[in-house]
Design a protein around this ligand. Structure first.
Ligand code: MRU
Length: 356
C-alpha cells in the first residue's frame, strides 16, 4: 500500500539482507532498516520494529534465511528457530512460519539450502498478500450490504493495527475497508488509539491517511458511547491467534469492545488468514498472553515543540504498572470470521466448513 506516492510492502529481501520499515519510528519518521543476522530479526520482533501476527511470522521466516547466511549449520539453524519462536508468545503465525520453514530445511546439508529457504520465506509473504487480498474481497461484501441498507457512509470501528503494516500488504481488518474505498463505497473509520503503544493512532490512522480514507482517532474507552449513539455500523479487528473453537486473542481491549458491540447489537467481525488459526489448543485460557515492560504504559513518546521525538514519564514515579498485551474474546461475541476462504461463524463448525 501507499506511503506518499510510493507503494511499499512491510518486508523484503535484497542483497542478502532483510529490509523492514521500523514501526517504532512511525508516524513521525519513516526509516527503512536492514536486518543482517538472526539476532537482528529476533530483536526487531521483540522491540516491535515489526509487529502484527502475519508480519512477525514473515520476519521469523526471513530470520532463518539470515541464520543460514551467517552459518550453514543445522544445530545453529535449530537454535535460531527456537529463539525466534520465543521472541513473542501470543501470535501463532510466528510458530507457524518457523515450523513451515524448518519442515523444508531440517536435515538439508546441500548448498541449495539458502535457495530453498529464500524461496520458502518469499512464498510465505506472497501467500499472505494473496490471503489478505481475499480477506478484503470477502469482507467487502459485508460492507457493501450495510452501505446498500444505510445509503450513507459506513462507520467502521477497529482496534490496534491490523492494517497492511501488520501484514505484508493490504492488512486483515483494513483490507475490506481498502477494497470498499476502491469501489467507491463511502467509509469512515473510528480508530481506537490502542494504549499503551498506540498502534491505532500511530499506525492505523497513519496508513488510512496515506490511502485517503477518512478516519478519526478515539480514546480506547470511547467506542461504547459511539455504539450506544448508533455511530458505529460494524467493528472489524484482527487477531493474533484464533482457536478452532472460534475464540480470538487480540490486542488488549478487544474483548471490551466486543462486549459493547454485543450489548448494542453492532456486528463484530474478526479478520484473519488461516495462518492465524491454532488447531491444537482447545481452551482459550491456555493461550500464552504476553506481558510487556510496564514502561510502555508509564512513558509516552511524541514530537516536542522543536519537532524532536521526546520520551516522557507520565505516571507518579512511585507507582507500579502492569502491561498485559492481549486478551481473548470468546466466540459468542464474534459475529463472524472473515478469512481468505470466505466468512464463517466463529465456531468449530464454521471454521471446518471453510478449512477441511
Ligand atoms: O502487539 P502487536 O502490535 O503485534 O499486536 C497486533 C495485533 O493485536 C493485531 O490486531 C493482530 O496481530 C492482527 S494483525 C493482522
Amino acid at each position: 500500500m501507499k506511503i506518499g506516492e510510493k507503494n511499499y510492502r512491510t518486508i523484503w529481501f535484497k542483497d542478502n539482507s532483510v529490509k523492514i520499515i521500523d514501526q517504532t519510528k512511525l508516524p513521525h519518521q519513516f526509516i527503512i532498516k536492514d536486518l543482517k543476522t538472526v539476532k537482528d530479526s529476533i530483536n526487531a520482533i521483540k522491540t516491535m520494529e515489526v509487529r502484527g501476527a502475519p508480519l512477525i511470522g514473515a520476519t521469523a521466516a526471513y530470520g532463518l534465511v539470515l541464520a543460514i547466511i551467517e552459518k550453514n549449520d543445522q544445530s545453529f539453524l535449530k537454535k535460531a528457530s527456537e529463539d525466534l519462536i520465543q521472541s513473542r508468545p501470543t501470535a501463532i503465525n510466528l510458530k507457524w512460519a518457523v515450523d513451515r520453514m524448518m519442515k523444508k530445511l531440517s536435515g538439508v546439508n546441500s548448498t541449495d539450502i539458502l535457495k530453498i529457504a529464500t524461496n520458502e520465506a518469499k512464498a510465505i509473504c506472497e501467500e499472505d498478500v494473496d490471503f489478505c487480498k481475499n480477506i478484503g474481497l470477502n469482507g467487502l461484501k459485508i460492507i457493501e450490504e450495510i452501505s446498500k441498507k444505510k445509503k450513507d457512509t459506513v462507520n467502521i470501528l477497529t482496534h490496534c493495527n491490523a492494517g497492511w503494516l501488520a501484514t505484508i500488504d493490504w492488512g486483515t481488518a483494513t483490507s475490506p475497508i481498502y477494497h470498499a474505498h476502491k469501489k467507491g463505497i463511502k467509509v469512515h473509520v473510528w480508530v481506537d488509539e490502542t494504549r499503551p503503544r498506540n498502534q491505532g493512532a500511530n499506525l492505523t490512522s497513519y496508513e488510512l491517511n496515506e490511502e485517503g480514507i477518512p478516519n478519526t482517532i478515539i480514546a480506547d474507552n470511547t467506542g461504547g458511547i459511539l455504539m450506544q449513539r448508533g455511530e458505529v455500523d460494524m467493528c472489524i479487528t484482527g487477531t493474533d491467534r484464533t482457536l478452532s473453537t472460534g475464540d480470538v486473542a487480540n490486542k488488549i481491549g478487544t474483548y471490551l469492545k466486543a462486549l459493547a458491540a454485543h450489548d448494542n447489537k453492532v456486528p463484530f467481525y474478526v479478520a484473519l488468514p488461516s495462518s492465524t488459526i491454532d488447531w491444537n489448543l482447545k481452551n482459550f485460557k491456555d493461550i500464552p498472553i504476553e506481558e510487556r515492560n510496564s514502561e510502555e504504559l508509564s512513558h509516552v513518546e511524541g514530537l516536542n515543540k522543536d519537532n524532536k521525538v521526546t520520551r516522557v514519564l507520565i505516571y507518579p514515579k512511585k507507582s507500579k504498572a502492569m502491561n498485559l498485551a492481549f486478551d481473548v474474546t470468546p466466540a459468542k461475541y464474534v459475529t463472524g470470521l472473515i478469512t481468505e476462504k470466505g466468512v464463517c461463524e466463529a465456531s468449530q463448525k464454521g471454521l471446518k466448513s471453510l478449512f477441511k
